[in-house]
Design a binder for this molecule. Structure first.
Ligand SMILES: [Zn+2]
Ligand SMILES: [Zn+2]
Length: 93
């Protein structure tokens, strides 16, 4: 693990831009495509929330994949991970 100690395909990681304070969340699929570092997108704008996903482990019902990744067919790698923000550029919340 090169960036932090969280599993690379975790979609539960939320961080903050140290300059603007904006929230970002890791996309498990984009991080997978990067291969070494978590890839983040603006949260909730690039993810959305759905009440159908609310569970004890996911009380906010947030999506683990960004909107663009959720549109992909199964097995197709992320094509938006290069537009994301890398883990090392963000601060822990
Ligand atoms: Zn990380
Ligand atoms: Zn993604």
């Amino acid at each position: 693990m090169s960036c932090c100690k969280v599993e690379l395909n975790s979609g539960m990681l939320i961080k903050r831009d140290p300059h603007t304070g904006a929230l970002y969340k890791a996309c498990g699929h984009c991080s997978d495509a990067n291969g070494t570092e978590h890839v983040f997108h603006r949260y909730p704008a690039q993810f959305g929330k759905t009440p159908a996903r609310v569970t004890a482990a996911n009380p906010d019902g947030h999506q683990s994949y960004c909107k663009d990744c959720r549109r992909l067919s199964k097995g197709v790698p992320s094509n938006v991970y290069k537009s994301g923000v890398l883990c090392s550029n963000l601060a822990r919340t």
